[in-house]
Design a protein. Structure first.
Length: 334
């Protein structure tokens, strides 16, 4: 009989969560301490804004994309160092970034962490790979390999750091295959950071007139919590099993039910009234013990538990950012 492999031994279940190590050291956003007219344009809301019609969303997306692209192009033309390095009027990947940051503003891919850090890591990766391939005298012949490698490596780096930003993949590709961008070399990094900063400023103004942006700055998790709301299954199991009170809680209902069942059987369990009472007690017992019994199961069993302000996910279960936000919103509504 085949047995289910443990997550730590099967490479298919391997995972790495960078926020698990970074979030405990990060302070919560300070926007709630600012006056409401100011904190509004940093994305802070007490209540969720209404869902506007798509025509209103399209209108503000048009205004935002136009202003964002125009601002980057104008500023780039008036910076002497940009002209000295022969920088283009704008990097092509900013067009795709504008669509995300002004239309799909609720997507995790368009939040500031992804938009800025993702572009930074992608440009750094693309330029590094380009410099390595430039060491070859046959650069033009193998450039296509460098472009594919740069885009693939940038995607992997963004994925492991939770900063996936699709336009950043184009930035890494352009850093190898576009001659105008290749000439920039390491100077591509400050150009991308400047453009990302300018576009973010426009997004904070335009997107917060009727809508809300960003949904979060670093993570959708509450950084004010003393412990992370996301708990992996095996960690939670060890904590509960190592606590005597948890074991006591799991035993006490069984003892109580056993004594109650004996008394009912002696008093005459065949009567209809006693049967109804016994069914009610069993239903209450199953409701009260469900959480305790679930937490004491074998580690290889997969359960996803949502509690008020807490989500417990199996160790080997992959959660997308969209699913993560949905589960967290449900946990806060319980």
């Amino acid at each position: 009989m085949s047995t289910t492999p443990k997550p730590c031994r099967d490479p298919r279940y391997w995972g790495f969560d960078v926020d698990r190590y970074l979030n405990p050291f990060l302070p919560p956003p300070p926007w709630r301490h600012l006056p409401r007219p100011i904190s509004r344009f940093f994305g802070y809301r007490v209540t969720k804004p209404p869902n506007w019609g798509n025509l209103s969303v399209i209108f503000w997306a048009f205004i935002g994309v136009f202003c964002g692209i125009s601002l980057i192009a104008v500023v780039s033309k008036h910076i002497p160092s940009f002209e000295a390095h022969g920088a283009p009027i704008i990097i092509g990947s900013f067009g795709a970034a504008a669509v995300l940051e002004f239309y799909s503003i609720e997507s995790p891919l368009s939040q500031p962490r992804n938009a800025i850090v993702g572009q930074l890591l992608a440009s750094l990766t693309g330029v590094s790979i380009c410099k390595l391939f430039l060491l070859s005298s046959r650069f033009d012949e193998v450039r296509w390999v460098g472009g594919a490698l740069a885009c693939a490596a940038a995607t992997s780096v963004m994925a492991i750091t939770k900063t996936v930003h699709p336009p950043a993949g184009a930035t890494a590709l352009l850093a190898v295959v576009d001659d105008n961008v290749v000439r920039l070399g390491w100077f591509l990094i400050p150009i991308m950071l400047c453009g990302c900063g300018l576009m973010l400023v426009v997004a904070l103004i335009v997107n917060n007139i009727q809508r809300q942006f960003p949904m979060y700055w670093w993570t959708p998790e509450d950084l004010r919590a003393t412990t992370l709301p996301w708990v992996r299954r095996d960690v939670d199991l060890e904590k509960q099993l190592s606590t005597p009170s948890a074991a006591q809680t799991a035993r006490e209902p069984d003892d109580t039910v056993t004594e109650t069942d004996e008394e009912e059987s002696q008093a005459g369990s065949s009567s209809d009234d006693d049967d109804g009472k016994q069914r009610q007690r069993k239903e209450k017992r199953s409701d009260s013990e469900s959480t305790v019994r679930d937490s004491a199961r074998a580690p290889h069993e997969v359960d996803l538990i949502i509690r008020p302000g807490e989500v417990i996910v199996p160790e080997h279960m992959y959660i997308t950012p969209e699913e993560r936000m949905l589960l967290e919103s449900l946990s806060h509504r319980i």
